[in-house]
Design a protein around this ligand. Structure first.
Ligand SMILES: C[S@@+](CC[C@H](N)C(=O)[O-])C[C@H]1O[C@@H](n2cnc3c(N)ncnc32)[C@H](O)[C@@H]1O
Length: 215
């Protein structure tokens, strides 16, 4: 075996060791440390993780925000734009339903997956959509979370009361405007292409924002 192939074998062994041992240990420790002050928080995250593509750091951020709006008695709803299988919003809804404010939790999604990207989303997005990239609001069969599965997670597994949840099925462009003024925490894992007079911006992003609610 040459020095080069030796080095490759060692790197590959280390990668395997990192992902199968070190990374899970680090995640377990982070999870333990960050949820210590939330009773049931660790178990809640473990329950929802199989139903979300949101990674642990962002999930913990959403957990913090969902608790913070309760503690600070902020008015307004929790809103997730881009629900997938419901794991992240389910976690937030569970926390909201235990809170005194009994705030609403809005779910916005096509429940048919992502729409076509545009050329502004870049080559990877175009390839991901099997070269359908004209920005049409039609599903490309990617990131699909079915409404029935989301409802099962929310109402059966997490036992969120039905009256807490507002589901808006459809393209954000049609469904979102109605809830804007009621948001306290808005999570967005979404694709939007917007036109302005100076430039056009496209984004496929995952953000969580918290703001004072307007009503
Ligand atoms: C990245 S996934 C969301 C991840 C999710 N928050 C989670 O917990 O895993 C993107 C979701 O947004 C939805 N979506 C993306 N663009 C949309 C649009 N313009 N209108 C409606 N739904 C959209 C897709 O159906 C998909 O469920």
């Amino acid at each position: 075996m040459t020095a080069g192939t030796d080095g490759t074998a060692i790197r590959s062994l280390y990668r395997h060791f990192y992902w199968s041992v070190l990374h899970p240990l680090r995640e377990d420790w982070t999870l333990y440390a960050r949820t210590r002050s939330y009773p049931g928080g660790r178990r809640l995250i473990k329950t929802v993780q199989p139903y979300t593509m949101v990674g642990l750091p962002r999930l913990l951020n959403a957990l913090d925000l969902a608790h913070a709006v309760e503690k600070e008695e902020m008015r307004g709803a929790l809103v997730e734009c881009g629900v997938f299988k419901g794991g992240c919003v389910g976690m937030m809804a569970r926390i909201a339903s235990d809170g005194a404010a009994k705030r609403k939790v809005w779910l916005f999604d096509s429940f048919e997956g992502l729409p076509e990207p545009t050329d502004l989303d870049g080559e990877k997005a175009t390839a991901y959509a099997d070269d359908h990239a004209r920005g049409e609001l039609r599903p490309i069969d990617r990131c699909v979370g079915l409404l029935g599965d989301v409802e099962r997670l929310l109402f059966e597994t997490l036992r969120v009361p039905r009256e807490v949840i507002e589901i808006r099925k459809g393209w954000f462009q049609d469904t979102l405007p109605s809830a804007r003024s009621e948001m306290a925490v808005s999570r967005s894992c979404a694709s939007t292409a917007t036109g302005t007079s100076r430039r056009r911006r496209a984004s496929r992003t995952c953000t969580t924002t918290s703001s004072a609610a307007a009503s």
